[in-house]
Design a protein around this ligand. Structure first.
Ligand code: AMP
Length: 142
C-alpha cells in the first residue's frame, strides 16, 4: 500500500499559508478545518510546516504576543516530505523515528498532498477489518 492509495481516497488538498501571515490567522485555519498542521509556502516553494505543537511552543515562549508574529517565526523550516510511491510502512517508520505526525507529499518539486498519522491509522484499520472479514468468511465456509 502506497501514499498514492491514501491520496486517491482523501484527495490532494493541502492547507497552506504564506510565511508572513500572522500566527493568529494560521490558528484560525487549524481550528476551522479541524486539522493539525499547515504547510508554509511562498508560491510553489515549501518554506516550512506549522503544527499545533509549534503554536504551543510559541505561546509558551512569547505569550499572547506570539499571535501577532509571522508564521515564519514559529514554523519548522527543515521539512521532511514523502513521495507517491513510498509505502505506508515507510511513512510509519519516518513518523515514529522523527516524532511527527504529518508528511507533505512532493513530486518533481511540487506539493501534491499531505498525509497525516490519522490517514495512516484509518487505512490500517480498514485493512485490518477487511482481513478479519475474509478470515470470518473462510471459517464459515469450512
Ligand atoms: P506534529 O507531530 O506533526 O504535530 O509535529 C511535531 C513537530 O514536528 C512540530 O514542530 C512540527 O513543525 C514538526 N513537523 C511536523 N511534520 C514535519 C515534517 N514533515 N517535517 C519536518 N518537521 C515536521
Amino acid at each position: 500500500m502506497t501514499v498514492r492509495a491514501i491520496l486517491s481516497a482523501k484527495g490532494p488538498q493541502v492547507a497552506s499559508v504564506e510565511p508572513d501571515v500572522k500566527l493568529s490567522a494560521a490558528l484560525r485555519i487549524l481550528s476551522e478545518r479541524q486539522i493539525g498542521s499547515v504547510i508554509v509556502v511562498s508560491g510553489a516553494r515549501i518554506e516550512g510546516i506549522l503544527s499545533e505543537r509549534d503554536v504551543v511552543r510559541a505561546l509558551d515562549e512569547h505569550g499572547a504576543a506570539a499571535l501577532d508574529q509571522p508564521v515564519s517565526a514559529a514554523m519548522t523550516r527543515k521539512v521532511v516530505s514523502c513521495r507517491l510511491s513510498d509505502t505506508v510502512a515507510h511513512l510509519m517508520e519516518v513518523m515514529t523515528a522523527e516524532r511527527f505526525r504529518h508528511l507533505p507529499v512532493v513530486e518533481e518539486g511540487k506539493l501534491v498532498g499531505l498525509v497525516s498519522i490519522g490517514d495512516v491509522v484509518k487505512l490500517r484499520l480498514q485493512h485490518y477489518e477487511a482481513e478479519q472479514e475474509a478470515l470470518r468468511d473462510y471459517i464459515n465456509m469450512a
